[in-house]
Design a protein around this ligand. Sequence first.
Ligand SMILES: [Zn+2]
Length: 92
Amino acid sequence: MACEIKNYLEFVVDEAVDNFFKSTKDICKCEQCKLDITALVLNRMPARYIVTAKGRIMTKLKETEIQFQVDVLREIIIAAEIVRKNPRHTNG
Ligand SMILES: [Zn+2]
């Protein structure tokens, strides 16, 4: 079976940022700010590489790592605050 290496952190952060944007009103939701927040979180947290069957969806791992999700959300809140104070969307 074909396998591949994925950064599990990217998968979790992508989804968590989506959820954060849906549930938070007081935030700029342009693509620039969203990607800036995602990049900040990915830079602040250690990568988590996993070997997975190609194309498999990583939902099982997701459910077992509640503490990891809490850590990711905490970093998103910090990153959102940094981006809110220094948005890059105004000057391109
Ligand atoms: Zn923005």
